[in-house]
Write a protein that binds this ligand. Structure first.
Ligand SMILES: [Zn+2]
Length: 91
């Protein structure tokens, strides 16, 4: 099985323009990140990405979507922590 890693794990904050959603492949597809072949009729996740004014839903395998979610969670946690450490009240 050919697996390709493309450097740093992206997060939804940096590359997505919407919420990923579960889908079933209608034909054989490749994961947009690791190039893993996802057979027809299998579960995948689509991550909306806007480019050139069009929304393009990128197919991801379950492993990659999990990694992306973890990365996103990590970034959100960092922001949360910064917010919690901010003394100033905004109310
Ligand atoms: Zn993948």
């Amino acid at each position: 099985m050919l697996k390709k890693r493309r450097g740093k794990i992206p997060s939804l904050l940096s590359f997505s323009t919407g919420k990923p959603y579960k889908d079933t492949t209608k034909k054989e597809a490749k994961c947009n990140r690791c190039n893993l072949v996802i057979l027809k009729g299998k579960t995948c996740f689509k991550v909306p990405k806007r480019s050139n004014g069009f929304t393009n839903d990128k197919i991801h395998c379950l492993t990659c979507v999990q990694e992306i979610l973890q990365q996103t969670q990590k970034e959100i946690d960092e922001v949360k922590e910064e917010l919690q450490n901010t003394e100033e009240s905004v109310l």
